[in-house]
Design a protein around this ligand. Sequence first.
Ligand code: SF4
Ligand code: SF4
Length: 349
Amino acid sequence: MAQPPRNGRKEPSEGSLAAPTRHALNWQDESFYDEALIEAELERVFDICHGCRRGFNLCESFPILFDMIDESETGELDSVDKSEYGKVVEACTLCDMCFMTKCPYVPPHPFDLDFPHLMLRARAAEYKKKGAGFAHEQLVKMDRNGKMAKPVAPLANWATKRGNKLTRPLLEKTAGIDREAELPKFHTKTFEDLAKNPPQLNTEAPAHGRKAVIYATCYVDYNKPETGVAALNVLAKNGVETEVVYPACCGMPYLEEGNIAQVAKQAEKVKAELLPWIDKGYDIIALTASCGLMLKMEWPLILPDDPDIKKLAAATKDISEYIVEIAKAEGLAEGLGPIEGGITVHSAC
Ligand code: SF4
Ligand code: SF4
């Protein structure tokens, strides 16, 4: 919420506690992919970051940038070879942390700095020019991969297990997946399968009467069905009537590679199935925070003229957000209460 002016003076936008504003992504315009424009914008933004350096401990991108500058001839951005800029772009995971929590120059500040979306734009231009490569294009097909792995889950898990000396070096060579990386496990029963036996609804709970659709997300559906079952149990205990719906992946992996057109297609697919539920009075709950970020934040910026996408964004909540809302509005069901002692919060995307 914007701060009220003090002594009639306008509150400075730099470092303000107000939520940043964000511009729609102009991805359907040719200029979005113009290499000269992108390079000029990277140069402008990197120079501001060099002067600021607040992002130094957030991720790989900033240390790469600052090391490049510090090790250059003049110690300034002007002597960094522009062909090196790609390393900063490549290291960004689009987590949004710098934009959301750190950067004092996000809009409405006149510097108008949106670091993650600039990284996305640079990646989108690269994708348009060269694509992402065969192996990467296969990896991002989450639904196809999940469906293929389901009937042979034990075999898929054996093949992708860290330490498998036969398959992991091969996977590293062909798909570029580090052999030491822990990979998600697959299951013969997805969350959608397990949700066919829902827990009993607690009609005595104060929040009874609420209705919510759980948007399963590809990660929970194929790789972490137990998270979905836990969410179903917590919601049923709190009297929330639920439906599990999973039309398709939210498109985050496509966003990561810069394929914004495919993200828009995924958004259309998911929207078509979720919207009728909203019209029937259901809230939408996303079980993976990055997917929630897509529905709430990225889709409305990718399809800014679609009122249904805005409606979907407004109806979507993360599971933790939803439970806190219940706790504040109606109160939690009997038997649920504060956990004694401290907890660790991973402040992720
Ligand atoms: S979006 Fe995340 S990964 Fe990318 S630069 Fe910002 S903090 Fe780093
Ligand atoms: S993105 Fe913002 S906070 Fe991060 S280094 Fe650049 S100017 Fe500073």
